[in-house]
Design a protein around this ligand. Structure first.
Ligand SMILES: Nc1nc2c(ncn2[C@@H]2O[C@H](COP(=O)(O)OP(=O)(O)OP(=O)(O)O)[C@@H](O)[C@H]2O)c(=O)[nH]1
Ligand SMILES: [Mg+2]
Length: 311
């Protein structure tokens, strides 16, 4: 299929075309840039919700329940699960993290797992691109599941309009998330597995953390097992979207900046790869001052003096 035809079908919300477009972008296949160039301007209605938390805390289960409610409201939904891939194996660390989700044959629900090959463990450029493809295809709620290991957890603020942080009553995650300041990225706390008991303690721990802060945290206990708290959580999400629209706009400006920065960084890396003189500089100047070397390379690319390309 021609890229132009694929683009038309993506914009019509055709799930097959969307799946194909995502694969094209993920694998940097020929023409992926012209495909992406064709999706803008995006429709403005979409809400991107990041859902993060330790492995096994119930993120996918929550998403499944949220979908069940949203579906009845006729909202076009997409779920993106970002698998942290190990730089050593190159593969996904946790495998298909969407095994829990049962809505895959529903036309209004698009579900996809992607491997994250982000620089420095952050979310990769293709995550931003894929989210925009989903919006172009008319998805209005985009749930992005990232597992709470490493940088992708924090980097979710650079992709999502709001972040849900999922904790469990009995988990010891807090010490780590309080210490590292990861807690600051959460807009809404979900204490899932409330059926296990002890969620009140967890709620007070979070409240204590925010005792002297400017904002008071939004905290919702949920239980998938007992089917509790999901409508309340969804109502809180809508309320947040309404009440904090100014903050969401600010976040969106930062998201755009981060996205563009990642594109520029990728362009620079591409230039470096393709320019054999830079390669030579790096090889022959192994002992040179790296700051100087970087500045020389930067100036070389900046002035467009990089015509000696390998291909
Ligand atoms: N008791 C209880 N168990 C739950 C609840 N929610 C999820 N679980 C169980 O917790 C396990 C992990 O659930 P998932 O939804 O896969 O968790 P996850 O956070 O998506 O896991 P990863 O994607 O691997 O990080 C499953 O066995 C669920 O059945 C709950 O509210 N109560
Ligand atoms: Mg999961």
């Amino acid at each position: 299929m021609k890229t132009a035809d694929l683009l038309i079908r993506v914009r019509q919300g055709d799930p097959m075309a969307l799946a194909k477009a995502i694969t094209m972008v993920e694998n940097r296949k020929k023409d992926y840039k012209s495909l992406l160039a064709g999706i803008y301007p995006l429709p403005g209605k979409a809400l991107k919700i990041g859902i993060t938390g330790a492995p096994g805390c119930g993120k996918s289960s929550l998403i499944e329940k949220m979908i069940a409610v949203l579906k009845t409201q006729g909202v076009p939904i997409a779920v993106l699960a970002v698998d942290p891939s190990s730089p050593f194996t190159g593969g996904a660390l946790l495998g298909d993290r969407l095994r829990m989700i049962q809505h895959s044959n529903d036309a209004n629900v698009f579900i996809r797992s992607i491997a994250n090959r982000g620089q420095l463990g952050g979310l990769s450029l293709s995550t931003h691109e894929i989210v925009d493809l989903l919006i172009a295809a008319g998805k209005e709620i985009i749930l992005i599941e990232t597992v709470g290991v490493g940088q992708s957890e924090v980097d979710i603020v650079n992709v999502a309009d709001m972040v849900l942080m999922v904790l469990n009553p009995d988990s010891g995650d807090e010490i780590q998330i309080f210490k590292a300041g990861i807690i600051e990225i959460a807009d809404i706390f979900v204490i899932n597995k409330a059926d296990l008991g002890g969620s009140d303690n967890k709620i007070s721990e979070i409240r204590n953390y925010f005792a002297t802060a400017a904002r008071s945290p939004l905290i919702f206990p949920t239980s998938i097992k007992e089917d509790r708290g999901i409508p309340e959580l969804l109502a809180a999400i809508r309320q947040f979207q309404h009440d904090e629209s100014g903050r969401i706009d600010e976040k969106r400006a930062n998201i755009k900046r981060n996205y563009v920065e990642k594109i520029v960084a990728e362009r620079f890396r591409e230039e470096m790869r393709l320019d054999s003189t830079i390669d030579d500089m790096l090889k022959t100047s192994a002992t040179a001052n790296p700051l100087q070397l970087a500045e020389m390379i930067f100036q070389k690319i900046k002035t467009g003096d990089s015509n000696d390309k390998k291909n």
